[in-house]
Write a protein that binds this ligand. Structure first.
Ligand code: GLP
Length: 241
């Protein structure tokens, strides 16, 4: 794993946006793997700014998001589809039909998971996958216990993840308890991975990901076996390394 320690959140966001912009400039047909959560908001903001100042062209790119809440239609204010529209898609020239996010409201979720895996394969796989990390070491919604054989599937969210994500909802009862998430095998299939973490609350998860043993108990530690992972953290998230 390549570790980059940025001074603060803004610096982390800028470095990550630069990586993505360079990738799309180098290969206009890049298949992007995208993440949600609070952490990448700054990266998307910087990326939109780079598009404005440097005219980065996403018209031939494709994107696949990591996950979506079960039960939320795409237009729900807290869906990850809405998040992506607000933070990135509405600001860049990536065509809507080249953006992919699992359908959390699909009638047949098992079929939706299969369809999603096939769509990623049909696109030639993910070139660069962005990840955040949960306080318990989850990536995407691969909670502790998610092994490296897992692919896109319906997952049960842990109580700590539901609590951590409650800040985006009016009440904790509104937080979905399940999600559709790419699996660890899906994520490890990406050619390049960029993981972002910011703040003291992530420091222990970051330490276990980088310095701990490789175990499904800390799903992010399974990234240690991937040949091209760049971890960009701010100083607080790096404080236990
Ligand atoms: C959610 C998302 C993850 C994200 C994690 C951390 O569970 N499914 O992709 O990495 O939260 O979120 P945050 O960046 O808000 O701390």
């Amino acid at each position: 794993m390549k570790l980059v320690i940025a001074k603060d959140y803004d610096e982390m966001s800028k470095q990550a946006a630069r990586l993505l912009a360079d990738e799309v400039t180098r290969n206009p047909e890049t298949v992007l793997g995208l993440a949600t959560g609070g952490t990448p908001v700054g990266m998307y903001r910087e990326l939109v700014e780079l598009c404005r100042t440097e005219g980065i062209d996403f018209s031939r790119a494709t994107s696949f998001n990591l996950d979506e809440y079960v039960g939320l239609p795409g237009h729900h204010p807290q869906s990850y589809r809405t998040y992506m529209e607000q933070n990135l898609f509405s600001h860049i020239n990536l065509p809507a039909d080249q953006t992919n996010i699992p359908r959390g409201d699909a009638a047949d979720l098992a079929a939706e998971c299969q369809r999603y895996e096939q769509a990623i394969a049909a696109a030639g796989g993910i070139d660069i996958q962005v990840l955040g990390i949960g306080n318990n070491g989850h990536i995407g919604f691969n909670e502790p216990g998610s092994g490296q054989e897992t692919t896109t599937r319906v997952v049960q969210l842990t109580e700590s993840t539901i609590q951590a994500n409650a800040r985006f909802f009016d009440t904790i009862d509104e937080v979905p308890t399940q999600a559709v998430s790419m699996g660890i095998r899906t994520i490890l299939g990406a050619k390049k991975i960029v993981l972002l973490a910011s703040g003291e609350a992530k420091a222990e998860a970051v330490r276990r990901m980088i310095e701990g043993e490789m175990t499904a108990d800390v799903p992010a530690s399974l990234l240690q076996q991937h040949p091209d992972v760049t971890v960009i953290v701010d100083e607080e998230a790096a404080s236990r390394l």
